[in-house]
Design a protein around this ligand. Structure first.
Ligand SMILES: C[S@@+](CC[C@H](N)C(=O)[O-])C[C@H]1O[C@@H](n2cnc3c(N)ncnc32)[C@H](O)[C@@H]1O
Length: 157
């Protein structure tokens, strides 16, 4: 699943991914009020709609980090859309489930120990607040469904 795809190919890949999510049985687990994140298809469609809506305003980002990546939906979608993406998620159990989920969906999501965009699509297990970005350059930062974090820690934004 590596390399650059044109718009039509990207849309087809996302369509394929959505079809596969319907076919496999998932039982993602997380104590949460946000139950929709446990439904890969619903959450992928929702995030994809947002990304499509803002596409024209993003310029041409080559790299992205997505903070609070959860089950890595946006990390994978950004990658399919040609943006090298690393998701940052602090909950170990979510990262393990994300890796398993996307391997079952035949997408090579990997875990990385540092912000290495060459590993895209990748997840990095860390608390965003404790990370240092001194020499890092990134074109795009995304946060999906992180309203609680923004209320409690507005400095994150
Ligand atoms: C409601 S979930 C949304 C997950 C995903 N973005 C989605 O849309 O499905 C928010 C996620 O942000 C993670 N999170 C919150 N604060 C974080 C931080 N400081 N560093 C890393 N992850 C964080 C939580 O562990 C949780 O998995």
């Amino acid at each position: 699943m590596r390399g650059l795809f044109n718009q039509k190919q990207q849309d087809e890949r996302i369509e394929e991914l959505l079809e596969k999510t319907v076919k496999i049985k998932t039982n993602l687990f997380q104590e949460t009020k946000d139950k929709e994140q446990l439904n890969p298809q619903k959450r992928l469609v929702s995030i994809n709609n947002v990304l499509n809506a803002v596409k024209g305003k993003l310029g041409r980002p080559k790299t992205a980090i997505n903070i609070g990546s959860g089950f890595a939906y946006e990390t994978v979608l950004l990658h399919i859309k040609g943006i090298k993406a690393v998701g940052i998620e602090k909950v170990h159990l979510k990262n393990i489930q994300a890796l398993t989920l996307f391997h079952r969906l035949e997408i090579l999501l990997v875990q990385t120990e540092e912000l290495d965009f060459s590993k895209s699509p990748a997840i990095l297990e860390a608390d965003f607040h404790k990370m240092r970005f001194d020499k890092q350059k990134v074109d795009l930062i995304t946060m999906f469904y992180l309203s609680k974090e923004l209320i409690m820690n507005p400095e994150t934004l």
